[in-house]
Write a protein that binds this ligand. Sequence first.
Ligand SMILES: NC(=O)CC[C@H](N)C(=O)O
Length: 222
Amino acid sequence: MHAAVIVFPGSNCDRDLAVAFEHAGAKVSMVWHKDADLPDGVDVVGIPGGFSFGDYLRCGAIAANSPITRSVINHVERGGYALGICNGFQVLTETGLLPGALRRNANLKFLCKSVDLRVEDCDTPYLKGYEPGQVISIPIAHHDGNYFVDDDKLKQLRDEGRIAFTYVDNPNGSVADIAGVVSRNRRVLGMMPHPERAAEPAHGGTDGKAMFDGLLREMALA
Ligand SMILES: NC(=O)CC[C@H](N)C(=O)O
């Protein structure tokens, strides 16, 4: 399995994400945002957390127009996998690959702490390492994590079973406590919490590891 991790100016979780993929068994290529093409044979694209382009305009809005983003969209349209974490989730909503938008946290503060997430009953390769209803502890670190979708889109996400994670105790005002959603074909996941920061004992928690292990296993079987 081959993972590509995209690096934007201001990415700061790119290497953490690469290590999480590597520990799950993937070969990883780091790809600078100005490259036009993904390396040949990429199975999954990781869009990491951080503050791409200083979060100017809106978080993820400038990154969504980087040269590499066209290739990421093509990869997804061909049925490829993509995982966007935090700033990566913001980029995915800005490209339109995932619905909704991430707004300023309800309390207007930057939040940096571990939170409990409920794994929803969502059929996606990203969640095969968990049980539906399982509660896991994963760190958040964002100022724009307040997920918004309108009522029609929320109903659609619910009807299609596309809510992957919810907050047990909503920290940021997200609609319906949503912490992560998947695309219609279930192969694109965007989430604000950082599973790559809870993937080995030295991190102080390992609840994120099952996501990478489960994903790589499922991709190998697909
Ligand atoms: N950790 C991150 O990716 C931060 C995301 C984003 N720039 C925010 O603060 O909302």
